[in-house]
Design a protein around this ligand. Structure first.
Ligand code: BGC
Length: 376
């Protein structure tokens, strides 16, 4: 029996995290909180105790579960009435949850979109009623009705993954050429493209010069996408690729866009009796922190959810006081340049794991418990 390499058993353990000002968000310039609509409620703000809607996607990784708890606790502590919901059944459920938040009188709706291209009707309705719309972690596309985007820099996440893969291959396998395979996230998630393109900006030159070989020939985002970020799909796909192309050739590395899928890829290689390839990840999920510390998964990305939630809470406070949102960049969503509050992701390997989690007691403890001598 093969094990599906995903488990959220550790998710209950995330409760201890406080909303102390963590993360790297620095805001420098201001933009209209109403996306240019000066007649909206931005001028006057809204009452303390207002309803704030938080619409999250499916629980496809630990960060979303952490966000649910942190939003509930942080908003309550600041005196608001939080309505925090997951859209576990997908885009249409999220559409009706957002409509219902508008009807409940939410003053701000914060959205981690299941499908960033399926929400224009709902966010336009929200904005027309003076509700502020914040895209959280994932951009909302093809509409002008997004007031702010708060996220870690996703293109940078992809670049860091590409760089880590090359670095890991050199460190673990010596000189090339190397055989690798690629995995991308779900196509309906607006983040999957910047993750993949960021990574390919680093890897493509090495594919072109023959340093990296992809024996399956599956090289485009469409071909390597993982519907619904489902780790079982990765395992099935990798099983087929390994039995088709890596019976007698080594599989040296796998680009994975997040931890959940990275662990599924490692499981597939292990089941096939291969040496563990150099595998990238993202989210610093508990199981992957342990895996990186013990030298199995090569890399993960730390996008501290406390920092992201904290950044959103600060922006909500500004809107409440009738002040403009603060941004330090922008993101083109196909219709407008959405003002963005970007935070900086951190790449984590054994080489920096103890420093990377120095301010995160839960992850630091996990890392320390599994670190080999290679941890610094
Ligand atoms: C998030 C990642 C996460 C993925 C799957 C993405 O939009 O940015 O952190 O791993 O969704 O849940």
């Amino acid at each position: 029996m093969k094990k599906i390499a995903v488990a959220f058993t550790a998710l209950a353990a995330v409760g201890a995290v406080a909303l102390a000002g963590c993360g790297g968000g620095s805001s420098s310039s201001t933009t209209s909180a109403a996306g240019g609509d000066t007649t909206s409620a931005a001028a006057g703000g809204f009452e303390a105790g207002a309803t704030i809607g938080i619409s999250l996607p499916q629980k496809t990784s630990q960060n979303w579960v952490e966000a649910e708890q942190m939003f509930n606790e942080g908003l309550k502590a600041a005196g608001y009435n939080p309505v925090v919901q997951f859209a576990n059944n997908g885009a249409s459920e999220q559409q009706s949850q957002i409509e219902s938040m508008i009807q409940q009188g939410a003053k701000v709706i914060v959205i981690g979109a299941v499908d960033g291209s399926q929400l224009s009707t709902q966010v336009e309705n929200a904005q027309s009623q003076g509700v502020k719309v914040i895209a959280y972690d994932r951009l909302i596309k093809e509409t002008k009705a997004v007031d702010l985007y708060v996220a870690y820099d996703n293109e940078k996440v992809g670049e860091l993954q590409g760089q880590a893969l090359l670095e890991g291959l050199a460190a673990r396998k010596g000189s090339g050429p190397y055989n690798i395979e690629l995995i991308a996230g779900s196509n309906d998630d607006a983040n999957s493209k910047p993750f993949f393109e960021g990574a390919m900006s680093v890897l493509q030159p090495k594919i072109d010069d023959g340093t990296l070989k992809i024996l399956s020939g599956q090289t485009t985002q469409d071909k390597v996408a993982t519907e619904g970020w489902d780790p079982a799909k990765v395992q099935t796909r990798m099983d087929a690729i390994i039995s088709g192309f890596y019976k007698s050739e080594p599989l040296d590395g796998i680009l994975s866009p997040n931890d959940t899928l990275g662990r599924a890829a490692i499981q597939s290689a292990t089941d096939a009796g291969l040496d563990t390839p150099v595998v990238t990840g993202q989210d610093s999920e508990d199981e992957s922190v342990t895996s990186v510390a013990e030298g199995k998964q090569y890399q993960t990305i730390y996008k501290d959810t406390r920092g992201l939630v904290d950044a959103v809470l600060k922006q909500i406070e500004l809107a409440k006081d009738g002040k403009a949102f603060e941004s330090n960049g922008s993101a083109n969503n196909g219709t407008i340049d959405v003002p963005a509050d970007y935070l900086t992701p951190v790449s984590v390997t054994q080489a920096n794991i103890l420093q990377a989690y120095a301010n995160d007691a839960t992850r630091l403890k996990l890392a320390e418990a599994s670190c080999t001598d290679a941890c610094k």
